[in-house]
Design a protein. Structure first.
Lengths: 267, 300
């Protein structure tokens, strides 16, 4: 297996059958990720970035093309990929602990005490040891999303898939969770593919930002290498010229190159 | 009053620092005083429980007054006091038994509840799994829809002759009627519950590739439970309505039969006692299920 292609997406297309005929969501996506790399997918709404993530998650089947993860063909969902959903998707009748434990006991064998220990560790990693026995409705949105991350990471997936995980949070909470995520990823060495529509978030977190063109038949428009040293400091970067340049590059792609196309489509 | 209200500061300074609770009371009193000064009279809103209690009492008073009025005008209807005295006697010895046609009100209520329990329990055993299947498989749902649509509006009592024909006895026929009337709400609500399960939860199951058993116990069942309880609540409500009528027709021991028997004996006060008793038992069933539903409802 080529280490540069730990996750490898080749010639991926997805066409949805609708009442008005076929709708081509994705056209010919090629993407490769290194192990331990953090890649974000960014694009305007409806550009198919969530579709691409769902295909990698195995929640939807591609029309054509292949996805390989660590040399293995992806043909359905599986616990080698941890998914954090847009709206946390915690089961409301289980406590935080039980939500994470559900995933842990599915993936690992072993003594009960060991499984419990893993669950505790996962919650500790996201800083929620104190809220283990609370139910989702008793904790804040940011905390719920942390539990979602803990659940996804607890199964030690080969790749962590995040679908706009912080989109529903207020700006301050979002910033805190971005910092947390950077810390967790640095600590665990996780390979992460994340969908976002937040330019700052993409540049701050990623090793590479994959910018998608507007749908239908969305493609990868440009790929931006984010060569900022880690660990990254939100406050330092706010005045960093390189950060500004990268940010401007993404903005330019989204609001000049792709906005033009979007306007044509409306007209 | 006004003069007093203007001097609270002076008084407070002289006392030792108030207890926090007292301070809160003080704040409340200040607010009340402020209102008093602004409007000239006190307007503290009454506490909720008091208002609810008053409304409750007023409602009951209107009911009793209307009843008394009708009793005074009609002649044949006994007034509340007569009925109260008769009730005291009947409830004084609820569990006597002098043969199959003369038993205490306690036995009558229990026999009716037993029929409802058995009929309803059987309906739950059949209806809940059926509801799950109908909710899960579209074809089955398509099959069930016209059948349910056709049979649901039928009065459960219309099934009684069929029950008598098949079972050749009154008691199983009454249970069977309860079964039929409890079945539909149970099936329909369970099926709706299954269809309402958020796709997100099912995606969690898919991503983790949970076993069918885990999917059922950790996701499907808890997600559908509140809907099921609604089905149970509706079923029990209907069943309790229907049992009275069914027992009037089948006879035997039961609150419905008792009503009919007392009509034959022309003991109108006993009929009124039966009506109130049926109401109270129905209310208790409903409240018990509301509590159950609250226990099993979840906020996401």
């Amino acid at each position: 297996m080529n280490p540069e292609r730990y996750l490898s997406v080749e010639g991926l297309t997805k066409t949805f059958e609708t009442r008005k005929g076929d709708f081509a969501a994705l056209a010919a996506i090629d993407l490769a990720m290194r192990k331990g790399e953090f890649v974000t997918l960014i694009g305007h709404s409806g550009c198919g970035k969530t579709t691409l993530l769902n295909l990698v998650a195995g929640l939807a089947a591609p029309t054509s093309g292949t996805i390989l993860l660590a040399g293995k063909h992806v043909d359905g969902p599986g616990p080698d990929r941890g998914v954090v959903f847009q709206n946390h998707s915690l089961l409301p009748w289980l406590t935080c602990f039980e939500n994470v434990h559900l995933a842990v006991e599915r993936v690992f064998d072993g003594k009960k005490s060991l499984l419990k220990k893993r669950t505790h560790e996962a919650l500790e990693l996201v800083g929620l040891s104190h809220a283990e026995h609370k139910y989702p409705h008793e904790i804040s949105g940011g905390m719920k999303q942390r539990v979602g991350i803990a659940r996804a990471l607890a199964i030690e997936p080969k790749v962590l898939l995040l679908d706009e995980p912080f989109g529903a949070l207020d700006a301050l909470t979002r910033a805190t969770l971005q910092d947390e995520l950077m810390r967790i990823v640095a600590k665990t060495g996780a390979t992460v593919l994340m969908v976002t529509h937040d330019v700052d978030e993409a540049v701050l977190l990623s090793d590479r930002v994959v910018m998608m063109t507007n749908g239908p038949a969305a493609r990868i428009g440009e790929v931006l290498e984010v060569d900022l040293a880690r660990p990254r400091e939100r406050l330092t970067l706010a005045h960093d010229a390189r950060f500004m340049d990268l940010r401007a590059a993404v903005l330019e792609f989204l609001y000049e190159k792709q906005a033009h196309k979007a306007r044509l489509k409306v007209a | 009053m006004r003069a007093l209200a203007l001097k609270p500061e002076v008084i407070r300074i002289k006392t030792s620092p108030p207890h926090p609770a007292a301070a809160m009371l003080g704040a409340k009193a200040d607010a009340a005083r402020a209102r008093m000064e602004a409007t000239g009279y006190r307007r503290t809103p009454a506490p909720d429980w008091l208002l609810t209690g008053l409304a409750w009492l007023a409602g009951m008073a209107v009911l009793v007054a209307a009843w008394t009025l009708i009793a005074k005008l009609g002649g044949r209807i006994p007034d509340p006091l007569t009925v109260g005295a008769a009730a005291a006697k009947i409830y004084g010895d609820p569990f006597y038994s002098k043969g199959p046609n003369d038993q205490g009100i306690g036995w009558n209520v229990l026999s009716s509840l037993r029929r409802v329990g058995i009929g309803f329990g059987l309906a739950a055993l059949v209806g809940i799994p059926l509801g799950f299947m109908i909710g899960r498989w579209r074809f089955l749902s398509g099959m069930a829809a016209p059948v349910i649509a056709l049979l649901k509006p039928v009065s459960p009592l219309a099934w009684l002759p069929i029950g008598l024909l098949v079972f050749k006895a009154a008691n199983p026929a009454a249970i069977y009627v309860i079964f039929v009337c409890s079945l539909w709400p149970m099936i329909v609500n369970t099926a709706v519950g299954v269809r309402q399960i958020p796709q997100d939860y099912l995606n969690v199951a898919r991503v983790l590739q949970l076993s069918e058993w885990k999917v059922f116990t950790k996701i499907l069942f808890p997600a559908v439970l509140p809907y099921m309880i609604t089905g149970v609540r509706l079923s029990i409500g209907v069943a309790w309505l229907v049992i009275v009528a069914a027992e009037m027709l089948t006879g035997g021991v039961g609150i419905g039969f008792w009503v009919w028997d007392e009509w034959n004996n022309l003991k109108v006060e006993h009929i009124l006692i039966a009506i109130i008793t049926i109401g109270l038992v129905g209310l208790a069933l409903e409240q018990a299920l509301v509590l159950l539903a609250r226990r099993f409802s979840y906020e996401s």
